[in-house]
Design a protein around this ligand. Structure first.
Ligand code: ADP
Ligand code: MG
Length: 240
């Protein structure tokens, strides 16, 4: 089943075209990586999916329902997406518990069990619930950001370079925790990265992006064996 589609999506800032006609299909469940060099339009793509900005033209659908078409747009809060920005995701003056339950109804927040469920899901010690973001490591902060994004049980989770601000020592453990949380939640995830090795090792499907276009969408093994052109072969090959 297809969870998310984009077709013919075009976006410019002023006169600068950033997305030049993107076609994307994200299957339900599993992780799709958007892989491309800095500046190719990855974050813009993610923001259009979230509904923080709208395409100039093209269509976006979730679960077969139109989210954007012909200038008509469903607002972000009704798209059932969770969003994990690159860094600085957390409210600094709120505790971990308050950050995680921010998007929940008052009723669900009071119930409390959703908080412990989410802490367990992302592998965070319950004792951290009363701490503030600055008292956590970067990896722990990213797990809190993921827990917050997963709290309302979104249909799709969007992650923008979630590990790139972490130093190498924290990156591997955080990757593993995030990956297992996404799998356990059964979420459909779209993960943006400029890191070839990360995309190829984490994702079920990799969409290779270049200068505002998706040039190939395939499973990691297929990208290795059957790269669409020499550029893709070279770019993917840099991972090894
Ligand atoms: P990536 O995430 O792949 O590094 P971005 O989507 O952030 O790329 O940016 C792609 C291009 O669009 C860049 O040239 C960037 O400067 C430009 N851009 C992104 N957002 C804006 C904006 N709000 N206004 C003007 N230009 C933007
Ligand atoms: Mg970016």
């Amino acid at each position: 089943m297809t969870e998310l589609t984009m077709s013919g999506v075009v976006k410019s800032f002023g006169r600068t075209p950033v997305l030049r006609g993107v076609d994307l299909r994200v299957p339900a469940g599993g992780i799709t990586a958007i892989l491309g060099p800095s500046g190719c339009g990855k974050s813009t793509l993610l923001r259009l999916i979230a509904g923080f900005a709208d395409p100039d033209s093209g269509t976006i659908t979730f679960g077969g329902r139109t989210a954007f078409a012909d200038g008509r747009s469903i607002p972000p809060q009704r798209r059932r997406v969770g969003y994990v920005p690159q860094e600085g995701a957390l409210f600094p003056h709120r505790t971990v518990a308050e950050n995680i339950t921010f998007g929940l109804t008052r009723h669900a927040r009071r119930a409390g069990h959703r908080l412990t469920e989410l802490l367990d899901l992302v592998g965070l010690d319950h004792e951290l619930a009363s701490r503030y973001p600055h008292e956590l490591s970067g990896g722990q902060q990213q797990r809190v950001a993921l827990a917050r994004a997963l709290a309302p049980a979104p249909a799709v989770v969007l992650l923008d370079e979630p590990f790139s601000a972490l130093d190498a020592g924290l990156r591997e453990g955080t990757r593993r925790a995030v990956l297992s949380a996404l799998r356990a939640a059964g979420a459909t995830a779209v993960l943006v990265t400029h890191d070839q090795a990360e995309a190829l090792s984490l994702a079920d499907e990799v969409a290779v992006m270049r200068a505002g276009r998706l040039v190939q969408l395939a499973a990691p093994a297929t990208l290795y064996r059957l790269p669409r052109d020499a550029d893709v072969a070279r770019f993917v090959g840099e991972a090894v």
